[in-house]
Ligand binder design. Structure first.
Ligand code: B1M
Length: 215
């Protein structure tokens, strides 16, 4: 199994979308545990791409190709993940999106998939979502939670803006606000007055279940 995860990781590092798709199909055909394949294989690959880019060994084209490869694999794996994880303990409704100025959506989509699979009613607003859009959509759809993803140290400031805007409009108490994404932390959530932080998709399901699952 370890060898198979390594092949998935290498496919992303090489930016080989065809290979990534073939390996994803193989994992599905062999009924592998899809969350493990994603986290121990493909995600390890994109993390390594990020490291190589930071070290100056990779340039933007390699970063983009790695992202394309993992996205191709996830487009096949996410629907199967949703089936494998299907449970029904969630009752809450939420909006989720990547904040304005930020187009990183791989992790957000994974979180969104896992939440849907666990019975939550999820409105995925996509990426580069403005503060007003988050609030308007949350109000319009009558959700209990606004879940925000940010991958850049610059764009994470928009998570603070969402909390502030809710306060300014006198509707802060209507929504639980959750933050996630690589630069975020529990400390960041506390600092900006959010209701919680989750480090990954599994933690997000648990946290949101605790906060709004019974509502
Ligand atoms: Co970008 N990028 N990128 N990038 N990129 C990072 C984030 C970076 C850390 C790379 C690095 O320096 N090592 C760096 C940010 C540095 C910083 O802010 N200090 C960076 C940069 C600088 C940039 C650009 C500025 C590069 C440039 O153009 N010069 C640019 C910005 C574009 C923009 O958004 N405006 C850019 C562009 C891109 C691509 C388009 C090429 C591509 C994104 C493609 C896409 O998403 N559609 C990309 C990628 C792929 C990365 C890295 C390599 C990988 C991100 C990823 O998908 N990880 C990333 C390095 C890294 O993070 N190690 C990097 C896999 C994913 C499953 O994990 O998203 O962390 P993640 O999600 C996890 C958890 O964080 C959590 O659960 C997920 C599943 O476990 N989680 C949540 C996420 N959201 C959550 C929400 C929750 C709860 C949990 O509740 C609401």
């Amino acid at each position: 199994m370890r060898q198979f995860y390594e092949e998935c990781k290498q496919a992303v590092i090489k930016g080989d979308s065809d290979l990534a798709q073939r390996l994803a199909t193989e994992a599905i055909d062999k009924k592998e545990p899809i969350l493990d394949v994603i986290e121990n294989g493909f995600v390890k690959g994109i993390e390594e791409v990020g490291r190589l880019w930071e070290d100056g060994a990779f340039f933007l084209p390699e970063l983009v190709m790695g992202a394309e490869a993992i996205k191709k694999a996830l487009s096949l794996l996410n629907p199967v993940l949703a089936e494998q994880q299907k449970r029904n303990f969630g009752k809450g409704k939420l909006v989720i999106g990547t904040v304005e100025g930020d187009i990183h959506d791989i992790g957000k989509t994974l979180v969104s998939t896992m939440l849907s699979a666990n019975g939550f009613e999820v409105y995925d607003l996509g990426f580069d979502v403005g503060v007003d859009i988050f609030i308007e959509e949350a109000s319009k759809r009558g959700v209990n939670c606004i879940a925000t993803s940010a991958l850049l140290t610059t764009t994470m400031q928009k998570q603070r803006k969402i909390v502030e805007a809710l306060k300014e409009r006198g509707i802060r108490k209507k929504f639980r606000v959750i933050v996630g994404g690589a630069p975020c932390s529990r400390r960041w959530a506390d600092e900006i007055g959010a209701d919680g932080y989750a480090k990954d998709a599994v933690a997000a399901v648990k946290l949101i279940g605790e906060l709004i699952g019974g509502s």
